[in-house]
Design a protein around this ligand. Sequence first.
Ligand code: TYC
Length: 156
Amino acid sequence: MVLTVQITAEFQGSAQERAESGERFYLPLLQYGFGAETSERRIVMSGDEDGGSGDDGGDFGTGVVTKTRTKAKRPSMYRVLILNDDYTPMEFVVHVLERFFNKGRDEATQIMLHVHHHGVGECGIFTYEVAETKVTQVMDFARRHQHPLQCVMEKK
Ligand code: TYC
């Protein structure tokens, strides 16, 4: 059976809002993705070309299909911070910043000195799972080396 699908389109919102929303509308064999010019409110399907005398028993197959909207949300971001203490060697902190946060020696040294003078400093900003992994890695590494270095995360 051949289905002719006619889309009656109407859309509210700017092109940017539409693109950012990740709007997608699926029909069998048809997909309207980002930036598509149409977003349906109502679908009219006219039935098989032979006028309805086929397998559908004369039903022309007119129907309304409801829309599936996929909202693409940006993930929340988390700051990973290290805290100052009186015992962890400066060189160890620089090494942590190089090893777990991919800092070069100069930037790692600047961050370490910032923490040393101000009490807290930012190692990087990550999604929840990545931030959690970094915190765990740093805390494990510090404990294994018997340093009291503390690493925490906070929502941005
Ligand atoms: N204050 C520590 C010292 O004087 C150095 C240090 C810097 C420790 C940064 C922790 O996150 C830290 N040895």
